[in-house]
Each structure stands twice: as structure tokens, then as C-alpha cells.
Design a protein around this ligand. Structure first.
Ligand SMILES: Cc1cc2nc3c(=O)[nH]c(=O)nc-3n(C[C@H](O)[C@H](O)[C@H](O)COP(=O)(O)OP(=O)(O)OC[C@H]3O[C@@H](n4cnc5c(N)ncnc54)[C@H](O)[C@@H]3O)c2cc1C
Length: 338
């Protein structure tokens, strides 16, 4: 008996389950169906490959900025629900530089809630940069966080079922199901009955190194590429170096020339990285991007039954996904009372 079915066990599906619990939905009424679950690795499962931190990566539209704000300001509560220290989510300092003027509305929104927010003096900017900020951000140990999040939800009573759906109708096999959340990431392009041809991949290769002396984030938004250094909490000193954002590229392979380019750019941005540099692995993932931006939308499936799409979180699923799924859950609860 599952009134609520969530398709997808990436960060967006897990945030959706938590938002349902936060609205006092009975956990026993929630089932998650997913081809891949926390602990698995696949090019078709993006969440384990993320950097992952909160940064200025999101687009400048008011809705996504609101999703960022909700997520940033609710992560402390989620961290505590997941047990605090060791859960794979923690705060670290961050510095971001731009080689172009960032959008003013976005900076104004971020400055209203980011902890320890500070605009850098021109003398603190690297050559070529025109703007920079410092603040306290959130850092995720993505694989660890996903695993702990799933365990927490299971402990509450949420059911996880490994299952690949070929058609959305398979999510409605239980006659008591009224709402299906479509949190299928890049899979939203292919799920029959609700195929979304606006979804496309944005590939990113990363280099994971061991660097106990690096405990802060540093990012540079260039005109051609983005360079980032992201420490991974609760990971025995791992740091993620990137990156690339290659729209339309489905390639699951990794390339040595990209690794060399990432190392060159990140060491230029943070020269201390070169000290005892130890590469642990090289990986890549496909950000589930969407023409027109994030989709949070309710669609009627049949009489009294609805699908809520929460997709297209691209390179900001961790930092905006809690907010996006909060809106999706609000829509679903409003609908179910109609
Ligand atoms: C290199 C890289 C760095 C990144 N860094 C950051 C960062 O620093 N901060 C940040 O916020 N974000 C970052 N991201 C983006 C983030 O990883 C994504 O936005 C997020 O993981 C998307 O989550 P999702 O749940 O939508 O998709 P996924 O994690 O792909 O999950 C999709 C789920 O749906 C399931 N599914 C799909 N189709 C079906 C089907 N037909 N039947 C059953 N199950 C199905 C899958 O099995 C899976 O469980 C990064 C991404 C990459 C690649």
C-alpha cells in the first residue's frame, strides 16, 4: 500500500522522500523504485559523481535561486536528522572568483543568506578575475551522504525497491497510489509515457586526489570553463578537482588530456595542491540538464492520480534539489486535497 511512489534514488528522489516526511506523510505510505540505489555506480546514475558543494553554479532565475536558498538554509536541519558528524555533510570555507561580472540579482539573493558572506577586495583577486566572494558553504561526501540518507529513510519506514520501469504506468500498479514523483535524472528523457526531450547531459570529468592540507573550496568561473577544488568531508582527506561542463556529451570514458588540463587549472588556482599530489581516481558523470531549466510540474495521470516531475537539476542537484523537491511535494499535497 503506497500512496506515494518516488521513481529514482538519486539525491532528488531522497530529498523528495524527506520533504514528504517533513510534511507529516506516513513513511509507510512511501515507496521508492529505482534501477540504481546508493552504493551503485553507473554513468546513468549521476549523484555519486558530484563534487559536491554549494556554489554559485545555479542559473540566475528567481525560482532556482529560491531552490538554492531553501536548500542552503535547511541543510543544517537535515544534517542533524542524519546524525550530525560523520554523515557526509559538513561546512567548509569557500572562495569564488569570476572572470566576468556575475548577475546582480543572483549575488544580491546569495548575499542575503550565505553565512560569513564577504565581497573580496580587488587586491585579493587573481590576475584576470573581476569579482570574488568568500562565505561558509556546504560540502557533501556524495556516496557517503546518499548511503546514510537511504538508511535514515529506511529506518523511518520508507520502502526501497530495485526496479527499472520501462513505462510510468508501472509506478501506478498499486491501486492506492495517487502520486508518482518522477525523479529520474537523465532517465527522464526516456521513461515511456512521460519522455522529456528537453533533457540533455552535461558531462563532467573530475580528478579525486588525497590532500590532507586542503580544507577549503576554491572556484573560478571563467569565460570558457569552470575550475573547482572541493574538499570531501568524512573521506580520509579526499579532494575533488574539476572540471568540465560539456553539453550534449554522453561519453562515459575518462581522458588523460582532460586530467592534465584539470590539474593545470586547479594548481594555478591553488598552488599548494601540487605538494605531494596523489591521484586516487579519475571519474566522470552526466549532469541531467534541461532546456528551459529545472522542471517542477504536476500533471494529471488519470482521475485522482498525478505525476509530479522534479527533473533537470543539472549541476546543482545537491544545492537546489531540497528546495525543488519541497515545491514538488507542496504541489502534490495541494493536489491530493482537490
Ligand atoms: C562532475 C559532476 C559534479 C557535480 N557537482 C555538483 C556539486 O558540486 N553540487 C551540486 O549541487 N550538484 C553537482 N552535480 C550535479 C548533481 O550530481 C546532479 O544534479 C544530481 O546528482 C542529479 O540527481 P538526480 O536524483 O536528479 O539524478 P540521479 O542521481 O541520476 O538519479 C536518478 C535516479 O533515477 C533512477 N531511474 C532513472 N530512470 C529510471 C527508470 N526508468 N526506472 C527506475 N529508475 C530509474 C536511477 O536509477 C537513479 O536512482 C555534479 C554532477 C557532476 C556530473
Amino acid at each position: 500500500m503506497s500512496k506515494y511512489v518516488i521513481i529514482g534514488s538519486g539525491i532528488v528522489g531522497l530529498y523528495t522522500a524527506q520533504n514528504l516526511l517533513d510534511k507529516d506523510v506516513d513513511p509507510l505510505e512511501i515507496t521508492v523504485y529505482a534501477e540504481y540505489l546508493p552504493g551503485d555506480q553507473s554513468i546513468n546514475y549521476t549523484s555519486p559523481w558530484a563534487g559536491g558543494n554549494f556554489s554559485c553554479i545555479s542559473p540566475d532565475d528567481a525560482q532556482t535561486l529560491q531552490f538554492d536558498k531553501f536548500t542552503y538554509t535547511n541543510l543544517a536541519r537535515l544534517r542533524s536528522v542524519l546524525g550530525g558528524d560523520g554523515c557526509g555533510l559538513d561546512n567548509r570555507p569557500t572562495t569564488e572568483f569570476w572572470d566576468f561580472a556575475p548577475d546582480e540579482t543572483k549575488i544580491s539573493s546569495l548575499s542575503s543568506y550565505l553565512k560569513d558572506y564577504q565581497v573580496l577586495d580587488k587586491s585579493e583577486l587573481p590576475d584576470g578575475a573581476v569579482f570574488g566572494i568568500k562565505y561558509t558553504t556546504w560540502n557533501f561526501n556524495c556516496p557517503e551522504f546518499l548511503a546514510n540518507f537511504k538508511t535514515h529513510l529506511e529506518t523511518k519506514g520508507v520502502r526501497f525497491v530495485r526496479k527499472k520501469l520501462s513505462h510510468v504506468k508501472e509506478a501506478f500498479v498499486d491501486p492506492t497510489t495517487t502520486t508518482v514523483f518522477n525523479c529520474t535524472g537523465i532517465g527522464a528523457k526516456f521513461l515511456k509515457g512521460v519522455e522529456d526531450d528537453k533533457i540533455y547531459p552535461a558531462r563532467g570529468q573530475v580528478v579525486v586526489i588525497k590532500a590532507p592540507h586542503i580544507n577549503e573550496n576554491r572556484l573560478r568561473w571563467g569565460t570558457k570553463d569552470v575550475t573547482y577544488i572541493i574538499p570531501r568531508p568524512d573521506s580520509k582527506n579526499q579532494v575533488i578537482l574539476g572540471g568540465y561542463l560539456q553539453a550534449g556529451n554522453w561519453c562515459a570514458d575518462t581522458w588523460e588530456y582532460e586530467t592534465k588540463d584539470i590539474l593545470k587549472r586547479t594548481i594555478a588556482l591553488y598552488p599548494e595542491l601540487a605538494h605531494n599530489l596523489e591521484i586516487i581516481r579519475v571519474a566522470c558523470g552526466l549532469r541531467p540538464s534541461r532546456k528551459g531549466g529545472v522542471r517542477v510540474e504536476k500533471e494529471q495521470y488519470s482521475d485522482g492520480k498525478y505525476i509530479v516531475h522534479i527533473s533537470g537539476l543539472s549541476g546543482y542537484g545537491y544545492q537546489a534539489g531540497f528546495g525543488a523537491s519541497n515545491l514538488g511535494v507542496q504541489l502534490s499535497l495541494r493536489d491530493s486535497k482537490l
